[in-house]
Design a protein around this ligand. Structure first.
Ligand SMILES: Cc1ncc(COP(=O)(O)O)c(C=O)c1O
Length: 398
């Protein structure tokens, strides 16, 4: 096999183009890591849940250290810099002017999705989303007493795209009241363009759906020519009432600090939102707020270095996957997730085959599409190369 990977394998440990922050990761064993504990005691390389095997940026660590030095950790609402930091970030990065007053701190995007199910729909209503999709989109509606309405994306040679006729059928059902958009999309990495977003906005307006747009991946767009357009930034009535969910946790690897944000334009809904936890939703912790603010204000250089690495990892994965008989993978425009089609291998349970070969990806079944696996590429390059060797072993029959 030819590998057009300029520093593989000779210079792999010290590739000049990889920023120091991404060359290694502290050992995560014994830290309560969801990712690393899943196959504890077995030789299975965990490449599943979407956190990265990198330390958070120094600028974020400094902010957390400063907050720890203060020493008082009482009940905390949004500190004064939090909303302006996010508003500034959205304006700089996405050209979107957001009223800082519309921003509400939440301990997680998944929590926020659950809140929207309870506040913006009635029991037994339908919540529409496009599959395959990040598993909570499929499970949360049922937990809230709503129905999950699943519309499969369609795969052509170049991309995963929305099946508009099917979306319209789902939206036209009078019991459908919410559309949960995953934008950019996990696990396919699709960045929906302005034309798609406007089409969705038209349907939402015509059939009275509220759109909730989960934009947690918006700052990890890898394609130079793809532009993330926040759904709510469209000049459209459906966009003006849309709720946007975001967080610094994917981009700067802060998931364990539990800090996200909802942008809720309607003031009355915001008041209900704050009361909407009904004792179930805790306040965001002060370290999460400190980290989020620092990431949005000072994390750009780190983010750009990360993108450079993730682009190289994407090229590497695509090349290696193409060389394994029966596997295929479309180039993902955003995220650090490879969505790999294993159906042509004839292997009935690809997840089990991977685990038997010492590789721990995510199972496509959890995303609503059996026959696929999702591989997390956000780790030091040597670890990814090891994972790709195990992937080849899983589907290579002697
Ligand atoms: C699309 C999407 N939304 C939400 C989350 C999780 O967000 P949080 O940890 O803030 O609940 C993830 C994590 O992978 C995700 O991919």
């Amino acid at each position: 096999m030819t590998v057009a990977w300029q520093w593989y394998p000779a210079a792999i440990m010290r590739p000049p183009a990889v920023a120091a922050a991404f060359r290694s990761c502290p050992d995560r064993h014994g830290t309560g890591s969801e990712k690393w504990d899943r196959w504890a005691g077995r030789d299975v390389l965990p490449m599943w849940v979407a956190d990265m095997d990198f330390s958070a940026p120094e600028v974020v660590l400094d902010a957390v250290r400063a907050r720890v030095a203060h020493g008082v950790f009482g009940y905390t609402h949004e500190p004064p810099g939090f909303r302006p930091a996010l508003a500034g970030h959205l304006a700089r990065r996405h050209g979107w002017q957001v009223d800082p007053d519309s921003i509400v701190g939440v301990p997680g995007v998944v929590t926020a999705l659950s809140i929207t199910a309870r506040l913006c729909s009635e029991p037994d209503d339908g919540i529409v989303s496009c599959t395959p999709i990040y598993p909570p989109f499929l499970t949360l509606p049922g937990l809230a007493g709503r129905r999950s309405i699943r519309v499969p994306l369609v795969q052509d040679k170049a991309a995963w795209a929305i099946d508009w006729e099917a979306v319209e059928r789902a939206a036209a059902d009078p019991r459908s009241t919410l559309f949960w958009l995953c934008h950019p999309h996990n696990p396919t990495g699709t960045v929906f363009g302005r034309a798609d977003l406007l089409r969705l906005a038209d349907l939402a307006e015509r059939y009275g759906l509220a759109v909730v747009s989960d934009e947690i991946w918006a700052d990890l767009v890898l394609d130079e020519e793809a532009v993330h357009v926040p759904f709510a930034s469209l000049d459209h009535p459906a966009a003006r009432r849309a709720i946007t969910l975001t967080a610094p946790s994917k981009t700067w690897n802060l998931a364990g600090l539990g800090c996200a944000a909802a942008i809720v334009p309607d003031a009355a809904l915001r008041r209900r939102w704050r009361a909407g936890g009904g004792g179930l939703v805790p306040l965001v912790n002060p370290l999460g707020y400190a980290a989020a603010e620092a990431a949005w204000r000072h994390g750009e250089e780190w983010r750009l270095d990360l993108l450079a690495l993730l682009r190289r990892h994407r090229a590497l994965v695509l090349e290696r996957v193409a060389a394994i008989a029966g596997l295929s993978c479309l180039p993902w425009q955003a995220t650090y997730l490879a969505w790999i089609d294993c159906r042509a291998t004839g292997v009935v349970d690809p997840q089990a085959a991977c685990e038997a070969a010492g590789l721990g990806p995510s199972d496509g079944r959890d995303f609503g599409l059996p026959g696929f696996i999702r591989l997390n590429t956000a780790c030091p390059t040597p670890q990814l190369l090891g994972a790709l060797d195990r992937l080849a072993a899983a589907f290579t029959h002697p």
